[in-house]
Design a protein. Structure first.
Length: 768
């Protein structure tokens, strides 16, 4: 029988680790029986051989007897179908022959057209056990991980927290699975003195092999949430009094947290995983500690094995000293949440402390005190970034270019520059995460691209001729990036599109029809039929929009310019500029309606994309990208009654003083691009100019210390990144004065000022 298996013990352990994807955890060998008879044979025979051996429960599957065998209905090969404008795994409906979504949830699911074999149905009935009467009734979910979950539950009429541990899953490097860590947490909580504010243990339970710990429910919110809600740098209209009030609150809160930590250490225990999400603060200002999985004795010689980036000491300190370091990081985080940079840049602690001292008018001794608490004198840091900048303290452009040229590694084939880990799942030449976006950003500054880098890119494009068609992730990007660095790929791209099933592409600018159609318009100077094909793609997008409901939120990174309907609006504007047909402006309006429904307005008038758990102002997936396209639309049709308030709200969101990241899609660089775009379209002001200058100046906060060259931390702040979407290349591109040059030329009108290129022509959607 056909089968596949995890290729090494190391990869298997990664799939079972605490932070691994819980949907695939426990999958070691997958067997593909040809029919129901063979399925029963392999289940029966293997069950006799290995049945009952310990292993984690595969959450998406049905367990056979006592495991470790599990059953799932799904596709043998990876296929995708467009669902909500994006590709999802698919299986073929045996009744209709059409591809439909392959539902991969944390429960056993069988499509409606499938006749479940009797032996499988009997197994499902046998395993569907009701919740044990003694187990608290779960009423809500707080968190899921590969190790289990954290829930809100009811126990004897009171609200409690119920923590679940899965056996043989959620392993940490100290060789403990989730159950072992939950037992240790229970023991730690039971040993705490009364003056340590932490959840009290209320009971333990075992259900279906999982262990549950019921704990006291503590009112309040995490310190991380409280910081975001209160921080004056998250608003564009904060006054000096707002900064002073926040400073006083932060100092008092840290003092209370320090008292709690001292009481914990006096009891002989440490926390072991101290960070803002493991600190609760209630409406009365009471501070409590939660999550004692990694707690150990103060006199333990054990090393730290896990921790949250930005709160883990960079050297081998004692357990109590590790807590103290984490507390100092929390104190700095409350003023400027960039603490992961401390382990990337030797001088970043001093730089951030100086910045905070000035911005919040802290006492002169505060800086010396907190730097002493970091005690970084003997730590080993990376030295990755920049020393100095221009006259305004901004990272100098030539230093960024020097850094990019220094970091190119032509000896590798999988990537030319270090960037976001996403680069390893996309074409290595791609515009967004790959080499073309970086090379184009370098050349757009007037710097010649070294021949060996150009050759590497040419060879990568040849090696990956079967790459996806997408703009940011594939072959469409070769047209835009290639033009900047002197390579022409229009004919090759047109040939691939004409021989493809382009209707199967998704609806995103990132990888789908809008980006491909934009590129076809750019190719129309070589082949005028390309414009007609772009119009055909617009018709498909319009049909999809007509079937799309108005959402009130989007999933993470599923909205805005790169993943929302604003990509369709951008295409519609380019088609209007090419054909002069007002129907394309109406298509843009319909696309805006979809994306505007996902915006939420905060009490200061700022508008962000609503992802449910966070709100996003940035260019790639937030409101700034939507606003950039609206600004271009208003040049053609100045409908300020309809869009003026929205554009103003998006501009307020883009003008807030702080951004956690520097990059183009999720950070300051994207806000800089948006504010510059307002100027290019005639909607700038002294206020937007001041906000742009502020963002450019504060790029220094994200720069990493490395002498004459400049690097920037990418998404997650865990490593330097060079790429266009998350790293230094995006910062170069955002700072270019012209929007129609460089790697972001696809965002600009066909002609400056947005005038139509050709006379208006009739466009019959029905005929198309």
């Amino acid at each position: 029988m056909a089968f596949k298996h995890v290729s090494s013990a190391g990869r298997l352990l990664v799939s079972l680790s605490k932070d691994a994807d819980r949907a695939s955890s426990g999958k070691f060998i997958t067997i593909y029986p040809r029919d129901e008879s063979e399925l029963l044979d392999v289940l029966t025979d293997l069950d006799q051989m290995i049945g009952g051996r310990p292993g984690p429960y595969i959450l998406s599957d049905l367990r056979w007897n006592d495991g470790p065998l599990f059953i799932r209905y799904g596709a043998f090969e990876l296929q995708t179908v467009i669902e909500g404008g994006t590709p999802v795994p698919a299986i073929r409906d045996r009744d209709t022959g059409k591809l439909v979504p392959d539902i991969r949830s944390t429960g056993f699911h069988v499509p409606p057209w499938v006749r479940v074999p009797l032996f499988v149905e009997l197994q499902r009935e046998h395993l569907t056990d009701a919740r044990p009467n003694s187990l608290p009734e779960i009423t809500g979910v707080l968190h899921h991980s590969n190790g289990g979950g954290v829930y809100v539950a009811q126990l004897d009429g009171r609200r409690v927290v119920l923590k679940e541990a899965r056996p043989h899953a959620g392993w940490t490097p100290d060789n403990r699975d989730a159950i072992a860590r939950l037992r240790d947490e229970e023991a730690a909580l039971a040993s705490l003195p009364a003056d340590v504010s932490a959840p009290k243990v209320l009971g333990t339970y075992v259900a279906h092999g999982h262990r549950f710990l019921a704990m006291e429910y503590l009112e309040g919110e995490s310190l991380a949430t409280a910081v975001v809600a209160r921080h004056p740098m998250t608003r564009a209209d904060s006054s000096c009094d707002d900064y002073d009030a926040y400073r006083d609150w932060a100092i008092v809160t840290v003092s209370k947290l320090r008292s709690q930590l001292q009481a914990l250490h006096d009891s002989g225990r440490t926390h072991g995983d101290l960070h803002p999400r493991n600190v609760l603060i209630d409406t009365a200002g009471r501070v409590s500690l939660i999550d004692f999985e990694m707690s150990m004795a103060t006199n333990s010689s054990a090393r730290a094995v896990i921790g949250v980036g930005g709160f883990v000491a960079p050297d081998d300190r004692s357990p109590a000293a590790r807590d103290e370091y984490a507390l100092a990081c929390i104190e700095l985080f409350m003023f400027v949440p960039l603490t992961p940079l401390l382990t990337l840049s030797a001088g970043k602690a001093e730089e951030l402390v100086e910045y905070v001292s000035e911005a919040f008018r802290l006492p002169s001794h505060w800086a010396d005190t907190i730097l002493a608490r970091f005690d970084l004198s003997h730590s080993k840091h990376s030295a990755l970034g920049i020393e100095g900048g221009d006259d305004h303290g901004r990272p100098a452009e030539d230093g960024i270019v020097r850094g990019l040229l220094a970091d190119a590694t032509t000896c590798r084939q999988d990537r030319l520059w270090p960037g976001d880990p996403k680069q390893f799942s996309e074409a290595p030449f791609s515009l967004g995460s790959g080499a073309l976006g970086i090379a184009a950003a370098i050349v757009a500054t007037g710097t010649a691209l070294p021949p060996d880098l150009r050759t590497w890119i040419e060879n990568a494009i040849l090696r990956h001729a079967d790459a996806p068609l997408g703009l940011i992730n594939g072959l469409a990007g070769t047209v835009w990036g290639g033009r900047v660095i002197g390579l022409r790929y229009e004919e090759r791209f047109l040939a691939r599109v004409s021989n493809s099933d382009w209707r199967a592409l998704d609806s995103t600018l990132y990888s789908g029809l809008p980006g491909v159609a934009l590129t076809l318009l750019a190719c129309a100077e070589f082949d005028r039929s390309a414009a007609g094909l772009a119009a055909d793609m617009a018709q498909v997008l319009q049909d999809r929009l007509a079937r799309s409901p108005l959402p009130d939120r989007v999933a993470t990174d599923h909205g805005g310019l790169l993943a929302g309907s604003s990509g369709t609006a951008l295409l519609a504007l380019r088609l209007y500029e090419y054909f002069g047909d007002d129907d394309y402006l109406r298509l843009a309006e319909k696309a805006f309606d979809i994306d505007l429904a996902t915006l939420v307005e905060t009490d200061d008038g700022a508008m962000h994309v609503n992802e449910g758990w966070r709100i996003v102002p940035y260019l790639g997936y937030g409101s700034a990208g939507i606003g950039a396209v609206i600004a271009q639309y208003l040049v053609h049709r100045p409908d300020f009654d309809r869009f003026g308030h929205t554009l103003h709200g998006i501009t307020r969101a883009a003008s807030v003083p702080f951004a956690a990241l520097a990059g183009l899609t999720h950070g300051r660089a994207g806000l800089i691009y948006y504010l510059a775009e307002l100027n290019r379209r005639g909607f700038g002001s002294a206020t937007t100019d001041a906000a742009m200058v502020h963002h450019i100046r504060d790029l220094r906060l994200h720069a990493l210390d490395g002498g004459a060259i400049t690097r920037f931390a990418g998404n997650g702040l865990l490593r330097a990144s060079c790429d266009l979407t998350t790293g230094a290349a995006g910062i170069l591109a955002a700072r270019q004065k012209r929007g129609d040059a460089g790697p972001l030329a696809f965002l600009s009108p066909l002609r400056a000022g947005g005038r139509a290129i050709s006379p208006a022509s009739s466009f019959d959607y029905a005929r198309r």
